[in-house]
Design a protein around this ligand. Sequence first.
Ligand SMILES: *Cc1c(COP(=O)(O)O)cnc(C)c1O
Length: 424
Amino acid sequence: MIDTTFDTTLSYAKQLDSQDPLRAYRDKFYIPKDANGQDLVYMCGNSLGLQPKSTQEIVDREMTRWRELGVEGHFMGESAWTKIHKAYADKMATIVGAKREEVTLMNTLTTNLHLFMASFYQPTPSKFKILIEYSPFPSDRYAFQSQIEWHGYDFNEAIIEMKPQNGETITTAEIEHYIDQHKDELALVLIGGVNYYTGQFYDIGHIAQLAQSHNIYFGVDLAHAVGNLPLQLHDWGVDFAVWCTYKYLNGGPGSIAGGYVHERHHQSNLPKLKGWYGYEEKTRFLMTDYFVGEPDVNSWQLSNQPVLSLVTLEASLAIFEEVGMNALRAKSIQLTTYLSDLLATLDQNTLHQITPHEPTARGCQLSIKLKKGDKNVFHTLRAKGILPDWRNPNVIRCSPTPLYNSFEDCWRVYTELGKIVADL
Ligand SMILES: *Cc1c(COP(=O)(O)O)cnc(C)c1O
């Protein structure tokens, strides 16, 4: 694995930066500073994306509209609050590879997971199980558990967690085997697009095809995939998906979440938890006693929009539109492969990359398991101006994000981490 001809010098990192066609985008974001006033090496885009410099102005715009228009802001102007969630749908749909009417913005991720499970998890005594990825994000697990119990089933009996045979990541053949083995008892397959812990990107299109061939609904949690890799939700035939927008999409803490439902379900009779903003837009304010739904995914909407947690996303969506997911992914592969190759030159008795090495099986995140040392490694890195994130018991996640991280950032992670583990 170790390529001895690989150039580990700082000057090479700088050369790669000078050749990077997206290098100017870093300047569109505020980079937090370390104790010396220098830019932090921010490797946490997987957790909370940085603030675009143009976001403040957009929030101010809505504060002004509220101040000057009061209630009439709901209906006036391009960002009329009654339909502002639809104003962003085109850009969001491009990012996830869906039709505009298949994508909406609402609530928060875990809420949307519950709303869509209320529709798509319809267990029967013979078909009540849910197939999930190994080690899902805890909030997702709690959602699965409570949905199962809500329907009166036993969690341990209903949940099938796919355990990898070797190491921490699973092969597509193993996933196939799980689906095949349990196809007659599965009500739902529900996985992350990119696993939050290992950084593994699953073959979503293939899994969607398998699930569909056995009449099993297939949902995806895209928290760590959206804005990270190009997605094709519609063409893959995924039934539903949810995601948050504060990670790679830079929407700010707790910003609005996304939801996708394939168009084949828009006019179906799936049960649904309803609210007034799922009512057909043009007649909503007739306020009738019976519910007439929106013709598309917007019929899953509940409430009037949390406008301030929605508009914080606008600046970043414009940046994504300008750059495009393909250009972003091209840099991302180069940047993360560079970091991965650098880390492979360190002593593999001290650390080990659990994220797959093939770029097609991961996004930008690398999860590094320490074989020696403890959380002090993370604290020492932080003291050196490097901010990755830490997962107990011994995993450091580094996510070079192509919009604002540089090759030099990756070089600094390698250099400082290398010094720390060499001293363990
Ligand atoms: C970040 C993340 C969440 C967070 O859920 P919220 O409802 O936004 O707090 C849920 N699931 C996964 C897989 C995540 O990565």
